[in-house]
Design a protein around this ligand. Structure first.
Ligand SMILES: [Ca+2]
Ligand SMILES: [Ca+2]
Length: 157
C-alpha cells in the first residue's frame, strides 16, 4: 500500500506540469498560494515559540517569505494588531537570521532601522500597515501565520 502511495505521489509529481492532473490542495482554514498553504491566526495570540509549536503540530512552520508576491499575500493583511509572527529568528547566532522551515534566508525586507536587536530582539514579525519586518521581542503575544506544503492530489477523471 505504501509503495503504491509512493508510486502515485511520484507519478503525480512527474505529470503535474504536463497535464495538470494533480492539484495542490489545502485543508480547511488554510489558503493555497503557489505550492503552499497558509493560515492566518489573529484571535489566538501567542508568543513566538508557542506560535511556532502550534504551526509544527499542524505539519508546518511559522511562515517564511521569499518574494515580493508572497509578502503581498492578502492573508498578511490582518484586521487587528500591529504585527504578526513569522518564522524568522536569530536566536541561534545573533544577526544570523534563519527561517524555522529551513529555507534559505535570502529575500529581506526590514523596516527602517531594523533589525536593531533592541533589548535582545530575536524573532521576526511583519508590520501589518506596511509589510516590512521588525526584529521583535519573542515574548510578546501576537497573531501569526502558519505555512505548510500543499498536498498533491492525484485525481483520475
Ligand atoms: Ca537579535
Ligand atoms: Ca526591532
Amino acid at each position: 500500500k505504501t509503495v503504491f502511495f509512493l508510486f502515485q505521489q511520484t507519478l503525480c509529481l512527474s505529470v503535474t506540469w504536463l497535464t495538470a492532473g494533480c492539484k495542490y490542495h489545502c485543508d480547511p482554514g488554510y489558503l493555497l498560494y503557489g505550492n503552499y498553504c497558509y493560515h492566518l491566526e489573529t484571535e489566538d495570540v501567542k508568543n513566538w515559540q508557542d506560535a511556532e509549536d502550534h504551526c509544527s503540530r499542524q505539519q508546518g512552520h511559522l511562515a517564511s517569505i521569499h518574494s515580493q508576491e508572497e509578502k503581498n499575500l492578502k492573508i498578511y493583511q490582518s484586521p487587528t494588531g500591529i504585527s504578526l509572527w513569522m518564522g524568522g529568528h536569530d536566536s541561534v547566532t545573533e544577526g544570523g537570521w534563519e527561517w524555522t522551515d529551513g529555507s534559505p534566508f535570502r529575500y529581506i525586507r526590514w523596516n527602517a532601522g531594523n533589525p536593531d536587536d533592541y533589548y535582545g530582539e530575536d524573532c521576526l514579525s511583519i508590520l501589518i500597515n506596511n509589510g516590512y519586518w521588525n526584529d521583535d521581542n519573542c515574548q510578546y503575544n501576537r497573531g501569526y501565520i502558519c505555512k505548510r506544503r500543499g498536498e498533491k492530489r492525484h485525481f483520475s477523471g
